[in-house]
Design a binder for this molecule. Structure first.
Ligand code: C2O
Ligand code: CU
Ligand code: CU
Length: 521
């Protein structure tokens, strides 16, 4: 065990390739050197961006700097504000693009590991989607070209090489991709410094402030990697000064495996205005919100009206008992056992902890009234689904300590007959999390399921109920508790090709809880 543990202590260095430390200017290379992975058809980008994955050191804690892997980039053509480089610690730059813009991203891998970027939530052609079959080795490059088709919303990007996604995201590789559109621009929403992205992650650091990945070995592989420190926008003990005004908080759970149960510490309800795929039809008040890895939520908050006193805390409440096998008190996965097997205990999921503190500055800020209508959502009618009478069934389970989808694990190019969807079809997919009540070989686990290429709507859930779900808007990731079932509906368009669906617990994903599906045109 100790030997395995030691091997899993990470050094996120760039030493293995001689590329570390090159200034970004070296990225600007003659066109001929780029895009060797594909022949470029006529594509006139509105925005052209260079992006590289590099090793860097950032100061996160008092004492030594932390080795991280990170994306850095610059806008080469197009509006300079297409990349927001501010306040992001190890996180990648935030893309800020408009619906309809065409973007070209030239990516260079300067890490000692193969990688590829996936644009989570975006509708892109399959060769632009970051499937692991396109991973490029150290020194390799990849050119992405796509039009931003999505509606306004908070999307994100992260690595997707098979078996290495958890490790690489944990090392720091992730960033936001914010899309705006005309419908959103017409609304009186907070903008500029009142529009704040919050990326929530958890990490474990060793005595030298270095990141530690999966110190619990097999247990972490099964549960997913849980940290003992919460970071927001790449900063531990996050605190933010805010005006006594109205804010839009765009929250991404960028953690490998931790599910958050978000609430204001004083019990003020959360005002939810958006989800994975953008604004809701109307704001919703929620006592608390469950946010699984990969999911996004947007909150409206008026720090002048709701809170008395000097500040507010966004906390994570205990997870509902049903959330995962990690919660089972006395069982095999109980905390007694974890405690013995791990050097460090992750933050327990049955306690309340602080995610971020907001300190309200004296004086006044810009205040806005919450609109009662936010957006018009085109609703899919289940009656119109091409498979209305025979939904596609996707059963999730933990079999012999490995997550499986319909009993299968990932194989790079494999698509089963029941994983082919017709281009343009509207389909109902029914997920059932059967990982409960079946003894040791099938442990109760929560699985946040993510489908590439589409945004879906959640039709219904049954088996378990929790009022922390926000199921009304467009979604690309959906949390399923043990014994829970849910039906979603999506239109598989406009691109044909090979895409992925998988559990967004990244250790489950890397362990093979992922499958291809083909949109056949
Ligand atoms: Cu965010 Cu296939 O992942
Ligand atoms: Cu995705
Ligand atoms: Cu899972």
């Amino acid at each position: 065990m100790n030997q395995i543990d030691r091997r899993q202590f990470l050094k996120f260095t760039g030493a293995a390739v001689g590329l570390a430390g090159l200034p970004l200017a070296h990225l600007i290379r003659p066109k001929a050197l780029w895009g060797s992975n594909r022949d470029l058809p006529a594509f006139e980008p509105d925005v052209e961006i260079y992006l590289e994955a590099v090793h860097r050191q950032v100061s996160l804690l008092p004492g030594p700097a932390t080795d991280v892997w990170t994306y850095q980039g610059k806008v080469v053509t197009g509006p300079a504000d297409a990349l927001d480089l501010s306040g992001r610690s190890y996180l990648g730059p935030t893309f800020r693009l408009k619906q309809g813009q065409k973007v070209r991203i030239r990516f260079l891998n300067r890490l000692p590991d193969e990688t590829i970027i996936h644009w989570h939530g975006l509708h892109v052609p399959d060769r632009m989607d970051g499937h692991p079959r396109f991973a490029v080795g150290p020194g390799g490059s990849y050119t992405y070209e796509f039009e931003v088709l999505n509606r306004a919303g908070t999307y994100w990007y992260h690595p997707h090489p098979h078996g290495r996604t958890g490790y690489q995201v944990y090392g720091g590789l992730a960033g936001l991709f914010v899309v705006s559109d005309k419908e959103e621009a017409a609304l009186p929403l907070p903008t500029g410094r009142y529009d704040v992205p919050l990326v929530i992650q958890d990490r474990v650091f060793d005595q030298d402030n270095q990141l530690v990945y999966m110190p619990g070995g097999m247990m972490d592989r099964m549960n997913g990697m849980l940290g003992d420190r919460i970071l927001v926008n790449g900063r531990p003990d996050a605190a933010m000064g805010v005006d006594a005004g109205t804010y839009r908080l765009r929250i991404l759970n960028g953690s490998n495996a931790r599910i958050y149960h978000l609430a204001w510490d004083d019990g003020t309800p959360l005002t939810v205005i958006g989800t994975d795929g953008g604004l809701l039809e109307q704001p919703q008040q929620k006592a608390s919100v469950l946010l699984a890895p990969g999911e996004r939520i947007e909150l409206w908050v008026d720090f002048s009206r709701i809170f008395n006193g000097p500040g507010a805390r966004l906390v994570s409440l205990p997870l509902p008992e049903a959330a995962s096998g990690r919660m089972m008190g006395g069982g095999m996965m109980g905390r007694g056992m974890r405690g013995r097997m791990m050097r460090r205990r992750p933050l327990p999921e049955d306690l309340t902890f602080t995610v971020i503190r907001f300190k309200v500055n004296a004086g006044s800020g810009k205040r806005l009234d919450l609109p009662d209508r936010l957006a018009v959502l085109e609703r899919h009618n289940p009656k119109d689904a091409d498979n209305a009478d025979s939904p596609r069934h996707i059963s999730l389970a933990m079999a012999h300590m490995q997550g499986v989808i319909n009993g299968r694990v990932f194989a790079m190019n494999e698509v089963a007959a029941d994983e082919i969807v017709r281009l343009g079809a509207t389909e109902i997919w029914e997920f059932s999390n059967r990982s409960a009540g079946m003894g040791m070989m099938n442990m109760p686990m929560a699985h946040p399921m993510h489908i590439h290429a589409v945004q879906f709507q959640i039709l219904d859930r049954w088996g378990v109920t929790h009022d922390g779900y926000v199921d009304q808007g467009w979604k690309d990731t959906l949390l399923l508790m043990p014994d829970e079932r849910a039906r979603v509906i999506a239109r598989f368009a406009p691109y044909a090709g090979l895409y992925l669906y998988h559990c967004h617990n990244l250790e489950h994903e890397d362990g093979g809880m992922m499958r291809n599906f083909r949109i056949a045109g």
